[in-house]
Design a protein around this ligand. Sequence first.
Ligand code: SF4
Length: 371
Amino acid sequence: MRHLYIHIPFCARRCSYCDFSIAVRKNVPAREYLACIERELQLVEAPSGLDTIYLGGGTPSLLPPDALTTLLTSVRQAFPLTDPAAVEITLEANPEDVTADAASAWRRAGVNRVSLGGQSFDDRVLRWMHRVHDAAQTGEAFRALRNAGFDNVSLDLIFALPAELERDWSRDLDQALALEPEHLSLYGLTVEARTPLARWITRGAATAPDDERYAGEYLLAHERLYDAGYRFYEVSNAALGDRRSRHNSAYWADRPYAGLGPAAHSYDGSARRWNLAAWEQYRETITAGRSPVASTEELTDEQRELERIYLGLRTSDGLALTASDRLRPLVTAWAAAGWVVTRGDRLVCTPEGWLRLDALVRDLTELNGGR
Ligand code: SF4
């Protein structure tokens, strides 16, 4: 186990589309949070050496920089790093939190990769999303990160927004590329139950995302990013050169990882476990000296096979194909449709294939299972 995820659940406000496990707080209870992580570090078996640490949320950049420094110091004391100079430490940050001082403090604390939640460069759209920042702040945040010495910055954008917003996706891509991030993550809007967005759609105040717009914007992004030198290495993620997210790549390569904090998941190669999701419940449980693990699931052979197919097809490394006569007609039909290509003994999705990833995984799983 060489990969550690730490969930920092606090957000200043809930975004209109978000159903993550978060705690909306004006003031982050940093001291209580750090005390919980300290205790959890003692409960978890120390890994042999960490290659990556990912601080996700929530909004990890809401944690005061001195608290973030303490957090990373505690982790380093409890868990050895394989190579302190080479470990990847990612911080998810929202633009409104990125000041020159904060960025410098994060660098000093050892953070060497920032994933910035820009989402759009249209202020009207950002207000609709209930984001705290405006477009100008994303540019300022980016420059502050560069000035502090960050040479590995990722930018998140959301596409396939409701038609009535008249969001100019092409313009947003131009603005994102103009910042020259090393990495881009592009997520299509999904409607999750119990979000403001779901309520707006139910009462007719917003239209549900439509498949045609989703496909058009996704394929346009592929074209634009390819021309700018980026390569998609996963269905939603593209990088310049070797600037892939090493942490997320470990998930997609089915490697074990540990998770700390509310709602964090861990995986040891055969079983998954996850922590209590609600911050208060997690805090009370840990403070009472009990384990915060909510549940554990041993993966069945069927689940492992489904996982292997899904993880393989979602990345540009593709899925290792076993020579099987049963598979050949399906793969031939997919290739003719332009959804996959074969590279050696691996099946790799094209952008058109990634658009129908769930359907391809379902068909392949059914065929593999002989059903
Ligand atoms: S900042 Fe991120 S985690 Fe927080 S509410 Fe918005 S989308 Fe959800």
